[in-house]
Design a protein around this ligand. Structure first.
Ligand SMILES: [Fe+2]
Length: 390
């Protein structure tokens, strides 16, 4: 890759993370309303640590580590790199202060710009691209986490961001896919994560898939029909989860004076009927599909249909019925980056398609997101599928 192009991508990605944080107040930089959420300050430092650890410390002989304690604070989960601070306690890191984290970003950015300008080989170029894609993943996480933190504050406020301004619900229709041998997975020269490869053959029975995701209005019918009180619609684990957590509607929904509202990054808004329903757990998506006498698509069904019918990207992460597991012939990223995806291949389900909070051009049809079935603070939705003639 021409290093000017790489340099441009690096600077753009790093600046966008800062832009996303512009609306935060100082106290909000260190908030963590649940263990799955990370404080924005931690995101700022961790994405920087990634470039320092995987690039500068390895390939830049002149480079001096900014602060040796940061490896412990801002390593997320890389056992091969060393010990790290417990995820659930990231909010305890009142120090280093935000100013120092910002100085860390500038220090690493300067060294990275110099590294890229000296010209990089294929191996380094790949790792920089991985770091940029990692940064973009954290940009979406930042929006997810800020939203969750703001929602949990009794003086909840608008973040002043409307990530969904371009989404209009289309009329849904059934799309038919013939039985046959298909290929799924990534290949070629463009960047993809290790878990998307190798491209491989997959035999599919004939099926139908909905052209649009389920809307708020459609999901509301499910609620009003008493579905959250009807055990037979739910997976056993889902029913236990629902009762234990007193779940009666999607995350961020609120019913007040017989009217439904949805908390968004733009504050509390009346529920918009035609928007895709968001912030569902796998259990809710699965129960809705059952209520409609349908099912969730498998990830292979989703990907084949997405390519055939050019599904719009970034509507919302769509739950599939596929467990997150390695493709046949899966090879993790080399060296310490091997821990990036592969070690999370248990107890999680695959989601496809991207959300409005995903940075532009970050998502591909082959992209595999994954979360435990009870998670719903990501921008998750669903698209229905059914057997042919079903
Ligand atoms: Fe990360």
């Amino acid at each position: 890759m021409m290093h000017q192009n790489l340099l441009h991508q690096y600077i753009t990605a790093r600046e966008y993370t800062i832009t996303l944080c512009n609306g935060l107040n100082i106290e909000e930089f260190n908030t963590q309303a649940m263990p799955d959420v990370s404080p924005p300050k931690w995101h700022l430092a961790h994405t920087t640590w990634f470039f320092e650890t995987f690039l500068l410390a390895v390939y830049d002989k002149e480079y001096k580590v900014f602060d040796t304690t940061f490896t412990y604070y801002f390593n997320s989960y890389y056992e091969g790199v060393g010990q790290f601070h417990p995820r659930a306690q990231r909010r305890f890191l009142t120090q280093p202060y935000l100013d120092k984290v910002k100085a860390y970003r500038e220090y690493v950015d300067q060294a990275m710009v110099n590294l890229i300008k000296t010209g990089v080989n294929e191996e380094i170029s790949f790792l920089i691209t991985l770091g940029i894609n990692h940064e973009q993943q954290h940009q979406e996480l930042l929006l997810m986490d800020v939203k969750y933190n703001l929602w949990n504050n009794p003086c909840s406020r608008s973040f002043g961001v409307n990530v969904f301004k371009n989404i209009h619900k289309e009329q849904s229709k059934w799309l038919a896919v013939r039985e046959g041998l298909y290929e799924i997975g990534a290949s070629g020269h463009d960047f993809y994560f290790d878990n998307e490869a190798p491209r491989h053959k997959f035999y599919l029975q004939p099926y139908q898939i909905s052209s649009a995701c389920v809307s708020n209005k459609e999901y509301l019918e499910f609620i009003e029909d008493g579905a959250y009180q009807y055990a037979l619609l739910w997976l056993s684990e889902g029913w236990d989860w629902l009762k234990k957590n007193k779940i009666a509607m999607p995350l961020y929904w609120l019913k007040k004076d017989n009217q439904y509202f949805e908390f968004t990054l733009n504050g509390l808004q009346p529920l918009q009927a035609d928007r895709p329903v968001l912030h569902l757990s796998y259990f809710e998506a699965d129960a809705y599909a059952r209520w409609k006498h349908c099912r969730l698509p498998t990830e292979a069904e989703w990907e084949v249909a997405a390519e055939q019918f050019h599904f719009p990207k970034n509507i919302g992460w769509q739950w599939t019925s596929s467990y997150y597991s390695p493709y046949p012939g899966f090879i993790p990223f080399p060296n310490k980056a091997a821990e990036y995806n592969g070690k999370f291949m248990s107890q999680q389900m695959v989601l496809r398609g991207g959300s409005a909070a995903s940075p532009e051009h970050h998502v591909r049809y082959t992209y595999r997101n994954f979360f435990p079935p009870e998670s719903r603070w990501m921008f998750s939705t669903l698209r229905l599928a059914k057997n042919f003639g079903g």
